[in-house]
Design a protein around this ligand. Sequence first.
Ligand SMILES: NC(=O)c1ccc[n+]([C@@H]2O[C@H](COP(=O)([O-])OP(=O)(O)OC[C@H]3O[C@@H](n4cnc5c(N)ncnc54)[C@H](O)[C@@H]3O)[C@@H](O)[C@H]2O)c1
Length: 375
Amino acid sequence: MRRRARLAVAGLGRIGLLHAGNLFERVPSADLVRVADADPVRAERGGEALAVSWGTDFDALLADDAVEGVVIATPSALHAEMIEAAARAGRHVLVEKPLALDVGSAQRAVAAARASGIQLQVGFQRRFQPEWRAARVALERGAIGAARLLRIAHRNMAVSSDVPLDSLGDIMIDVAVHDFDTARWLLGHSTEVIAAAPAHGLGGGPQPAGCEAVAVLIRFQSGALAMIDAARSSGYGYECSGELLGSDGALRVGMEHRAIELEQLAAGEARGALATGHESRHELAYVAELEHFARVVLGQVEPEASGEDAVATLELVGAARAALERSEPVAVSRTGRRRRDAAVGGGGRPAQARAAPLSGRLLSRPGAVDEDRAA
Ligand SMILES: NC(=O)c1ccc[n+]([C@@H]2O[C@H](COP(=O)([O-])OP(=O)(O)OC[C@H]3O[C@@H](n4cnc5c(N)ncnc54)[C@H](O)[C@@H]3O)[C@@H](O)[C@H]2O)c1
């Protein structure tokens, strides 16, 4: 029988419970063996529902020989120290984004992982979202020539009332961090944040619900531009769409962002439901990133979205915050330079994707670039 990676989940809040449920029944290469949450009620409820060992102590989870790798889904401020603890215990890590709340802590965690030899993957699930992945493959294959312009709209429907905003960080590190990672994944090394501005309010800190939206304009070494808009609360649904304009064409991703494929046509109107959260919009991506992590733990593939990727993305977060605060262009720190991650397409040899091929299920979706049926 094929061996499966023995994985645990730490943190059973919104996203951790989703990961644990997926590991329990939807990830072919993994077995869920243990869960932990600092809150005993959540720990017991999750452990009993999933029929696995449970506890409140992360160190006990790490000490369990049954655990080969751990998904860290605790508040962002704890990620770096928990990666370091996992590295000391020799357990592989998939950590939710952001890897840390500051570049220094992220660098220390990545160094600890490297030194101990554990694998570290970061939860940028959009890299596993079928239509975004299809866009990257098309770009690599030269389908639109050289990438010139990337536009991303990333908007939550509403601010979650369950999770305190200050545990998540500001909109740049909590929301736009996904878009910065996507932009780097598609366009390579970023050199400058040309402009960043809030739609309401000032500064980079957490702001009241309903008044946080930002626009960020980034220059890449290839000359390409990325225009990102991110919002904490759109009021209409969860959107994660984009367009990549190249020298010979364009790719459009997730423009429909529909939750279901049913569209009602009547009296001059067409109506369909929209995705209301990342859980449904990225349903397939969350499963695929866990399957990839399980295969990382089994030694079959390299992490997709490495610790170094996450550090480079945090440097972009820092530049975007500075551009927003100073209202002037800000150069991106050069420590994140890793051109081999780019899929800039056209003119020049496209970089190779480090990820394993998509699973048969995802690969078998024809025309995935124009489809958005994830939710
Ligand atoms: N990739 C995504 O799309 C996505 C979506 C949501 C959240 N996230 C990230 O996931 C992380 C968690 O977010 P959330 O919304 O699930 O938060 P949450 O508050 O709902 O859950 C966090 C859980 O961690 C537990 N916890 C706290 N300290 C702990 C410890 N030391 N050991 C074990 N458990 C501990 C809490 O009790 C809580 O149950 C954040 O970093 C967030 O940025 C990512």
